[in-house]
Design a protein around this ligand. Structure first.
Ligand code: SAM
Length: 302
């Protein structure tokens, strides 16, 4: 902290090298870590200090100890923690963030899954976008699945569950309104077919796309909720686990493994891997992308 009195926060500030950190923020870091798996190393602790500072300003508090009291008192802790987590998560995303993943999905994985389900009377595909931020990944998946319902997935029911920790992101996702930055990798074909122009430069996702997706708040570290996410054919958890430490990552990945159907696939962000975290999944390489496969019962590779 920059203040002479360590427990007084004058304004949100970046911690500079050599500066001492108010111990209250290390305690708040532990609360945040236990709640959602996000752990800020000392060199990134300014992100947490700034987030707390924004909440304290909104609440009219100047003393970090008072904020700590609010975060720990039985009557206020759950609600305040939720507000704080909304300040701390990083939601960088865009539509069509990884075209190679979409190509792998449409050219290889969907034909394989469709083949596995050929004898099922009700054809259903369940996809989970875990850590969906403001919805761009989920809508990308939905539009591509709609394209497939004109061919390979004709007559199939497509269900996309899109979840995030951040309440504000979930609300933005439900609205489905995007500007140039989010749409920078979206082709004119998709823009024309699946969006409606909205006041000026923004585009809104059309109802037929929204219809495929259910958005909700879900904390990936909440074991009791994770147990109820079974029966997925595909799980996308891209650019989320980078914020977790090893044990938090492993716990979530074990849930994903048990939540996937046999023969299902799990996608991470392009710079992420399961190296040293899980040896039950089989790594599968595609041009420009990779995915993790839960061996099917028929494959004999269990
Ligand atoms: C960088 S965004 C990734 C968005 C999208 N998946 C993508 O790759 O474009 C990371 C998201 O993970 C979410 N997140 C972080 N910790 C989480 C947790 N414990 N449970 C659920 N979501 C979490 C954040 O709220 C944020 O929206």
């Amino acid at each position: 902290m920059t203040s002479g009195n360590p427990s007084v926060l004058a304004k949100p500030a970046v911690i500079k090298a050599g500066e001492s950190i108010d111990p209250v923020f290390r305690q708040i870091r532990d609360i945040v870590y236990k709640a959602c798996g996000i752990f800020q190393l000392d060199e990134k602790l300014y992100l947490l200090v700034d987030g707390c500072g924004r909440r304290m300003k909104q609440l009219g508090l100047t003393n970090s100890r008072d904020y700590w009291n609010l975060l720990t008192a039985q009557s206020s802790r759950d609600a305040e923690l939720r507000h704080l987590l909304n300040e701390l998560t990083i939601g960088e995303t865009s539509l069509f963030r990884s075209q190679p993943q979409i190509d792998a999905l449409r050219k290889v994985i969907l034909p394989e899954i469709a083949g596995e389900k050929i004898k099922q009377i009700t054809k259903r595909l369940r996809i989970w976008s875990a850590g969906c931020s403001t919805g761009e990944e989920s809508y990308t998946l939905a539009m591509n699945m709609l394209e497939e319902t004109e061919g390979l997935l004709k007559g199939w029911t497509i269900e996309i569950l899109a979840t995030d920790l951040n309440d504000r992101s979930v609300e933005t996702a439900k609205a489905g309104v995007y500007g140039d930055y989010a749409l920078r990798s979206t082709t004119d074909y998709f823009k024309r077919k699946y969006f409606t122009p909205l006041d000026g430069k923004k585009l809104q996702v059309q109802p037929e796309v929204k219809k495929l997706i259910t958005f909700s708040r879900l904390n990936l570290q909440d074991d009791s909720k994770m147990l109820f996410m079974k029966g997925m054919d595909l799980i996308f958890c891209c650019n989320v686990l980078i914020y977790f430490d090893g044990p938090s990552k492993s716990k979530v990945i074990n849930h994903f493994f048990s939540n996937l159907n046999f023969g299902g696939y799990f996608f991470l962000g392009t710079s992420e891997s399961l190296l040293k975290l899980n040896d039950q999944f089989h790594l599968v390489h595609f041009p420009g992308a990779m995915a993790y496969w839960k061996p099917s019962l028929k494959s004999g590779k269990l």
